[in-house]
Design a protein around this ligand. Structure first.
Ligand code: PBG
Length: 326
């Protein structure tokens, strides 16, 4: 009388059977490596709260990207750390700004073999640390910021970006950027919109990585989303797709798997998820203490993000996962 008891376990008996019926697979093609490049340094600088991640020099970035390519990684997203910051975030749109220089280097090195994405925001470049321009009263000025984003998009496209990724959460940013790109003949440059980006406490290590402190102990709750809201995330995503986004993103990832799953059901465009700095740092800290098996948890977390519905994952784990899967 053994008929029903083993029904669900039968296909779990051997690794080969489990492989045959796996619903979700993680591959190096799913991953995008976030990379930091800092102006004016000659040696890469470690980032204390992101063990294993560095601020690259111009040369070390080229070397890292060559190695990632060798491991089969297909895409990187660049973040710049400028030498000087100012109120307008001038470095973000300077043709000789740190990311533009890096994009030109990498385009020379890799041709079309690797997708080059550029994070499009001002916070790394502004002295006040906000993602947009400020009014005299110190508020983030939505529409004035859109004009700056258009300038940044053009600089990044001119320098060779395949994809620009606006992360500032201004209303109308995708429309403004699409319009500017098209008008300048960059209609082939795609937009990955950070569509549902939450005002998360998990971005702390990233802000160390790009040397950003928000002036006056401020935060981004005036433009990033409230963590309790999911319907609003779908509004953001529909809006961005309507404005011309080619891909949309949910960020962070693990605490927002429900949002990823709902977004997947909602739209047909490719869906990205950002496994952010704080998610990486928590994993590394626990693994360092020997409290969890780091590589196993890393794979489980990324697989879960895929299972929830993400097509691509931006993660600081990209290099080690590529090595693990190689
Ligand atoms: C803004 C931006 C941030 C991140 C990506 N783009 C920081 C923020 O919104 O404060 C966070 C990424 C991470 O934590 O890994 N340019």
């Amino acid at each position: 009388m053994s008929f029903p008891q083993r029904r669900l376990r039968r296909l779990r008996r051997t690794p080969a059977l489990r492989r045959l019926v796996a619903e979700t697979r993680l591959g190096v093609d799913d991953l995008v490596a976030p990379l930091f490049v800092r102006e004016g340094i000659t040696e890469p600088q470690p980032i204390a709260s992101l063990p294993g991640v560095v601020q690259h020099s111009r040369d070390s970035l080229r070397k890292e990207v060559a190695e990632l390519r060798g491991l089969g990684v297909g895409a990187v997203i660049l973040f710049g750390v400028p030498e000087r910051k100012d109120a307008e975030g001038s470095g973000a749109s300077d043709p000789d700004g740190v990311v533009q220089v890096a994009l030109r280097d990498l385009r020379d090195d890799v041709g079309d073999d690797l997708v080059l994405l550029a994070d499009l925001c001002l916070d790394e470049y502004t002295d006040h640390g906000h993602c947009g321009l400020l009014t005299a009263a110190g508020e983030v000025d939505n529409d004035a910021t859109l004009d700056r984003y258009a300038e940044v998009a053009l600089a990044q496209a001119d320098a060779g970006a395949d994809v620009v990724a606006p992360s500032g959460m201004m209303d109308g940013q995708v429309r403004a950027i699409r319009g500017a790109l098209d008008e300048a003949g960059h209609d082939h440059v795609a937009i990955l919109a950070y569509a549902a980006k939450y005002a998360s406490a998990l971005y702390g290590p990233f802000r160390d990585a790009v040397d950003v402190t928000i002036a006056g102990g401020g935060d981004r709750r005036g433009y990033q989303q409230d963590p309790g809201n999911w319907r609003e995330a779908l509004e953001e995503i529909r809006e961005d797709v309507g404005e011309g986004a080619d891909m949309v993103m949910v960020k962070p990832a693990l605490a927002y798997l429900d949002v990823i799953a709902r977004a997947r059901a909602e739209v047909g465009v490719p869906l990205a998820a950002y496994h952010v700095s704080g998610e990486y740092a928590m994993l590394k800290a626990a693994a360092e203490r020997g409290w969890i098996d780091g590589p196993a948890v890393a794979l489980e977390h990324l697989l879960a993000i895929k299972r929830a519905g993400a097509d691509l994952i931006l993660t600081y784990l990209t290099r080690e996962i590529a090595e693990q899967l190689a």
